[in-house]
Design a protein around this ligand. Structure first.
Ligand code: SAM
Length: 222
């Protein structure tokens, strides 16, 4: 069995690797450095927990690659106290990273048994995340507006309902709400960042290519 010291060293090496690969936000790097990814994977995969790779978490789903989590978190530009909605709780790792950034985290997962396991894990690690089972493409209206929404599965388009649950720039003297979503087909997706500038006006920016498991839902599913 690997000791905590070994995991600590591997986690620090992962942070250095993220920095070399272009993650420039030191707060994101600090969050990756303080989130124990080995606790979010099955015991058999723990020796690989700090490799930059996606790993299986059951039900044909994966915990995202650390670079992907760091990249999406960087695009979200999370500020302490921000209300962030995650679509696709999975292992809970991305939600934990967002908590480490000081966000108030809401997360939706469509697989009930996966969410039950993740709920227990997050609680046992001391992370407070509001969780629910369901179709995350429909958002969480009663908790909107959100400062950020992150979709952690590949979509065919950015779900309209999620865009409309973003904070409008200037509301409560806060910056525009951001939505980060991988959009494309089943083979590859482009990471898009949307910022809600006015009721019906969004700024859209495309960045790198990724490959996610598909988003399954009423809006933007693949
Ligand atoms: N964020 C996760 C983590 O840190 O482990 C990675 C999640 S995995 C790449 C994508 C997840 O999205 C899967 O658990 C899948 O069941 C979930 N998912 C797919 N479509 C969904 C939907 N419409 N609503 C909620 N969850 C969805």
């Amino acid at each position: 069995m690997l000791s905590d010291g070994v995991f600590d060293r591997r986690r620090q090496r992962l942070v250095d690797q993220m920095r070399e690969h272009g993650i420039s936000d030191e707060r994101v790097l600090a969050a990756i450095g303080s989130t124990h990814r080995h606790r979010f994977v099955e015991k058999a995969f723990r020796p690989r927990a700090y490799e930059d790779e996606a790993l299986p978490i059951g039900m044909k789903q994966t915990i995202s690659q650390p670079f992907t989590v760091a990249y999406q978190t960087m695009l979200l530009d999370v500020q302490p106290g921000d209300r962030i909605l995650e679509v696709g709780t999975g292992s809970g790792y991305q939600a934990a990273v967002l908590c480490e950034m000081g966000a108030r985290v809401f997360s939706i997962e469509r697989h009930r048994p996966l969410l039950a396991r993740t709920r227990d894990l997050l609680a046992s690690l001391g992370y407070r995340v509001a969780l629910k089972t369901g179709d995350g493409t429909l958002g969480w209206a009663s908790q909107a507006p959100f400062d950020g929404v992150v979709i952690t599965a590949g979509a065919s388009e950015a779900p309209e309902t999620l865009l409309r649950q973003l904070r409008i720039e200037g509301e409560d003297d806060k910056p525009a709400g951001r939505l980060v979503a991988p959009v494309g087909n089943r083979e590859t997706q482009t990471m898009w960042l949307y910022r809600r500038l006015a009721e019906d006006r969004y700024e859209k920016t495309a960045s790198r290519q990724f490959k996610f498991v598909p988003l399954i839902g009423q809006q933007g599913g693949l």
